[in-house]
Ligand binder design. Sequence first.
Ligand code: SAH
Ligand code: SF4
Ligand code: F3S
Length: 506
Amino acid sequence: MQPILDLDVLDPVSSAPDARGADRPRALAARVASGPSNGRSVFIETYGCQMNVADSELVASILGAQGWALADDEDTADVVLINTCAIREKAEDRVRRRLVHLRARKERRQPDLQIGVLGCMAERLRSRLLEQERLVDLVVGPDAYRDLPRLLAENHDTGQAAVNVQLSREETYADLAPVRTDTNGISAFVSIMRGCDNMCAFCVVPFTRGRERSRPVTSILSEVGQLVDAGYKEVTVLGQNVNSYRVEHDGAAVTFAELLYRISLLSPELRIRYSTSHPKDCSDELLHVHRERPTVCDFIHLPVQHGSSDVLKRMRRTYTREHYLDLVERARAIVPGIAFSTDLIAGFCGETDAEHAQTLSLMEAVRYDHAFMFAYSERPDTFAARKLSDDVPEAVKKERLTEIVDLQREHSAASHRQRVGGHEVVLVEGASRRSDDQLRGRTDTNHMVVFDRPAGLAAGDYAVVRVDDCTSATLLGSFVRPTTLAAVSPLAGGVRQRDGGSGSAA
Ligand code: SAH
Ligand code: SF4
Ligand code: F3S
């Protein structure tokens, strides 16, 4: 989970909990092609949410099979693909600046460079990027990545712009093995559904990602099984509305809760997280899976968006403040110690001071461990853009956002302070950012912990760590002993994935 810093909170591209930092573009590291080399290379840069990161890994796999190598950087690449986000205007502005830069480079010194736009901006703007702005050679929407090799060849051979922004009701890329280039070999993303049918009034995603569809169970289980065999210790299963996952399998419905349960049977040492869940689909069945399966982490990213039932109605979120608070209470009763993060929007259409105050009071009632907070940004074609008025002045949006951010900072700090003196089971992710002498990892509840590196402990190991101190973003601890998840399962006593193995740790 990323720290709550001004940049991350006020100006993020992605909302989803993401240890890598939401605001920066991510480049896939260099890799040799999996098919016979075609002598050409591609540089892929990713903006936006975790689904885009996972999609870039699919694109790398599709191109790798056709002999493409992944380039280290744009300087050495024959093709640059930018996988884009359209969620807020700022996210698009950033990509547009990047495209202008690449276009200038092509014109000045690299006339053969092919520039492609993938993802949500490709879907939203379609041929506008080609025809009006003449920025790119290729526009490919999120359901058309299998067509990329053909489109690249066509553009290369003819010099004509190539476009495929067809959305699909079926495509889940179920048969493709992503090239895991964006991971540390310990945590991986696994996409299990695509698209969104919810049509929240503010949101562009249903337009850019198309209709909701779930990936077959067997292909998900087989991908996770391969990750376990390859030594991975954590998967985050992904979907725009991940907990509405549902497929028919062997004549029976498999729900998201059932899917998680089945994934959890694959290994006692694989932590399971998911993102992003919608409150309407957070069933008791799912909460019981959290309770009963020790590897399903006690953490839910459960975006509320707003604290006022009237605003939630205008947002078309399909639940009220009371429903949401009941849900949080029920989750805490079923899964003691469960942690929550959320997304919040300040300054939605018609938001009054009193309605804004309800967001603050909901935050007080829930006390989130983390939050991603945004000023409302009107998106073309959405229900809000067509039917409501974006009438909260920018300065007021900013003021309200600042109040939300300040309150969340207090809550995040308090949630850290509460953990000081306790013990946590940490999955080691690698050296801390500051020093090689320290290790970094996350708790079951998704809190980052940094502690002095003991001899013999490596990335991918679990450790019991005593929490001695904290900053607003990180827990600071001391190593107690190595452990396994099986050793600290609730069946072994006490608090889940805390130091339950031997009662209290010494
Ligand atoms: N599928 C996820 C969210 C995807 S978008 C979900 O339903 O929770 C991530 C977050 O961006 C949203 O939760 C929302 O808080 C924010 N967001 C979406 N559209 C926005 C807009 N037009 N302006 C500001 N924030 C927005
Ligand atoms: Fe957007 Fe709502 Fe779908 Fe999330 S659930 S992707 S906010 S429409
Ligand atoms: Fe952005 Fe598309 Fe994800 S709009 S948040 S990249 S689904």
